[in-house]
Design a protein around this ligand. Sequence first.
Ligand SMILES: *[C@@H]1O[C@H](CO)[C@@H](O)[C@H](O)[C@H]1NC(C)=O
Ligand SMILES: *[C@@H]1O[C@H](CO)[C@@H](O)[C@H](O)[C@H]1NC(C)=O
Ligand SMILES: *[C@@H]1O[C@H](CO)[C@@H](O)[C@H](O)[C@H]1NC(C)=O
Ligand SMILES: *[C@@H]1O[C@H](CO)[C@@H](O)[C@H](O)[C@H]1NC(C)=O
Ligand SMILES: *[C@@H]1O[C@H](CO)[C@@H](O)[C@H](O)[C@H]1NC(C)=O
Ligand SMILES: *[C@@H]1O[C@H](CO)[C@@H](O)[C@H](O)[C@H]1NC(C)=O
Length: 442
Amino acid sequence: MEGSIIFSLSLLLFFTLAQGQTNTNPNPKCGSSFHQADKGSTLQVLHVNSPCSPLRHNAPQSWVDTVLQMQSKDQARLDLFASLVAGRSFVPIASGRQVIQTPTYIVRAKIGTPPQTLLVAVDNSNDVAWFPCSGCVGCSSTVFATDKSTTFKNVSCGAAQCSQVPNPTCGGSSCGFNLTYGGSSIAANLSQDTLTLSTDALPSYTFGCVQKATGSSAPPQGLLGLGRGPLSFLSQTQSYYQSTFSYCLPSYKSPNFSGTLRLGPNGQPKRIKTTQLLRNPRRSSFYYVNLVGVKVGRRIVDIPPSALAFNPSTGAGTIIDSGTVFTRLVEPVYTAVRNEFRRRMGRNTTVTSLGGFDTCYTVPITIPTITLMFAGMNVTLPQDNFLIRSSSSSTTCLAMAASPADPVNSVLNVIANWQQQNHRFLFDILNSKLGVARETCS
Ligand SMILES: *[C@@H]1O[C@H](CO)[C@@H](O)[C@H](O)[C@H]1NC(C)=O
Ligand SMILES: *[C@@H]1O[C@H](CO)[C@@H](O)[C@H](O)[C@H]1NC(C)=O
Ligand SMILES: *[C@@H]1O[C@H](CO)[C@@H](O)[C@H](O)[C@H]1NC(C)=O
Ligand SMILES: *[C@@H]1O[C@H](CO)[C@@H](O)[C@H](O)[C@H]1NC(C)=O
Ligand SMILES: *[C@@H]1O[C@H](CO)[C@@H](O)[C@H](O)[C@H]1NC(C)=O
Ligand SMILES: *[C@@H]1O[C@H](CO)[C@@H](O)[C@H](O)[C@H]1NC(C)=O
């Protein structure tokens, strides 16, 4: 069942880029920034709403609306995490919730021979790749024209991979499957073709070829999962990339928001602080690490060790996630960190709230440092990585929140992408190491 659960999550995420309209008039300031050739095993990473992203929503939004929207999307993503527990049905999360989660960062992938370019979301908490395919009913925008590729293959019903998809259907000889979610459903075929990332061509890559999408959201361009589970990109490309990748996520403030995704051991930083990656077989896609404490200024916040402990059977612990925007800390940890942060502002400084952020100030404040203490590695965050600042309304908020109260998320700390900006995160799965280094990538 683990396989199907992973598939279903990926699929849900896959739905979401279609929300809103994509930007058909590229920002002239970007020039052809996203059209520069990717080099070697390094791909350019763009924020999906970057001025230079072809998938950017057109409607300009106020800063407050943007932040609140990102936070509400986080909630949907955490709901998806709640569905990832082994043993649950593959149809996840409470019905009636709209899927509004949007993968945050995109890279360019090429599929088929000759290669066709698609922009796919990168997500390190998901396992597989999905592309909308020609003939798809209900898919938005660009699709992969399977008949134009000389290397496209159906995965047959008898193939081992077919037993890993949910509800396989064997009409004809190829392996198809359906998924439902709320009011939406999709039908896809399990397929193989050459996947080209930057200049690396990976033959016979197995992915979901979406044929039909119904319901309130149409499937978007695609998803490249960098999770570590059994069906993952990393498993399929182990001989090329030796289960190693790194990314540097660009700053939300940067005008062109361009970072990099580097696949394989070549070109990775050699001298880098590391902490151990932990494996949870029940949540096999996730990159768990051992967060042992948090410092605010020089003070180590008083946190009960049990609130940070890794527990594979409950799912408790800390994950590094590229798809959630704002870090979530379990309730006792968040409360302790926030209280220390507030204490340093002085009792007379009025605390306000904004959406789900409960520690905001509208007066100038002196900002302490925040250090995440992992086993063997301390990471002191730059201010831009833990504050949301609005120049127009002069509001400053602590860019973190408590984990949602449901049984799954209430025990999970999620180190999210706002906190990861302008750092290289190196995932060395063979050696079970996570490396972190400051890097100005945008
Ligand atoms: C990003 O923007 C800066 C300044 O606007 C520019 O110099 C640089 O070339 C841009 N980078 C890319 C990849 O477009
Ligand atoms: C894949 O399967 C479909 C339906 O069974 C068939 O029409 C098509 O020709 C097959 N494509 C290839 C490349 O084998
Ligand atoms: C793909 O799936 C569709 C819809 O489920 C099915 O009709 C078609 O035969 C399948 N095609 C291939 C190539 O397997
Ligand atoms: C899957 O979806 C396709 C297309 O909507 C439909 O023809 C087929 O009957 C469905 N199969 C199952 C098992 O629901
Ligand atoms: C806080 O405000 C109260 C009432 O305005 C005042 O009496 C007190 O001195 C202030 N304390 C500090 C530390 O500024
Ligand atoms: C992290 O910081 C704590 C507290 O300042 C210190 O005791 C510890 O040695 C540091 N760990 C590493 C690996 O530097």
